[in-house]
Ligand binder design. Structure first.
Ligand code: CA
Length: 230
């Protein structure tokens, strides 16, 4: 039996591809490499990958086109998009097409590995995720009773703040776009816009005090709860 995670790196620039593969191998992952979507498609049909590291700009079909195909298929792999595009609208497009996270080039190898670990850890958490309660760094949220406590003290959140906190905790490490958050807290008779989200997050951070530092603002894109400080 071999339970080391299997990763496919799809990247046309040989130097970058080899650098990523080297770092992944050093951490004990099993690594396959592709330089095009065509090659990658063959590999995903023959192997089961826990994670795809997917470059955006590839010869022929782009990484984001491939991402779309993957999400419309039954391939369950997690996807880390790697892109030289750093404009918020590009990042939003990648996330909305189903990337679990993204990394912009040039990147620091330590950050790359931290993102990989976070995505794979999330995959494991999800597998045994039947608990009604989550406790992170002194913050306890009970999803059955809607009870939120910080260092044992009850917090009084508005319904929107509670919904935002819940979705961010359940997707920790993952960047959530404003649109996704709007969809989540939109209720009957409530008209939510991007700026409203920012206001709720502001209120939430205030109530969470220092814990609020875990909520990272991704400029122009959205928010993420992160636990690693990388
Ligand atoms: Ca490329």
């Amino acid at each position: 039996m071999n339970d080391r995670p299997q990763v496919l790196v799809v990247e046309d620039e040989q130097e970058i591809r080899e650098l990523m593969a080297l770092h992944l191998l050093r951490q004990g992952y099993r690594v396959h490499e592709s330089s095009s979507v065509e090659q990658a498609r063959k590999q995903v049909s023959e192997n089961k990958f826990d994670l795809l590291v997917l470059d955006w700009m590839l010869p022929g079909l782009s990484g984001v086109d491939f991402l779309e195909q993957i999400r419309h298929s039954k391939i369950p792999s997690r996807v880390l998009m790697v892109t030289a595009k750093s404009e918020p609208q590009d990042i939003i497009e990648g996330l909305e097409k189903g990337a679990d996270d993204y990394l912009t080039k040039p990147f620091n190898p330590d950050v790359f590995m931290a993102r990989v670990r976070a995505i794979l850890r999330r995959a494991v958490d999800k597998a045994d995720d039947n608990s009604e309660e989550i406790v992170i760094d002194g913050l306890k949220v009970n999803f059955a009773t809607y009870d939120v406590q910080l260092q044992g003290e009850k917090l009084h959140l508005t319904p929107s703040e509670y919904k935002l906190l819940s979705i961010m905790l359940q997707n920790q490490g993952r960047v959530l776009t404003r649109d996704r958050l709007i969809e989540n807290i939109q209720g009957e008779g409530i008209n939510v816009v991007g700026r409203t989200i920012d206001t709720h997050v502001f209120g939430l951070r205030k109530k969470l005090k220092e814990w609020g530092d875990h909520i990272e603002t991704i400029r122009g894109v959205g928010y993420r709860v992160k636990l690693d400080l990388v």
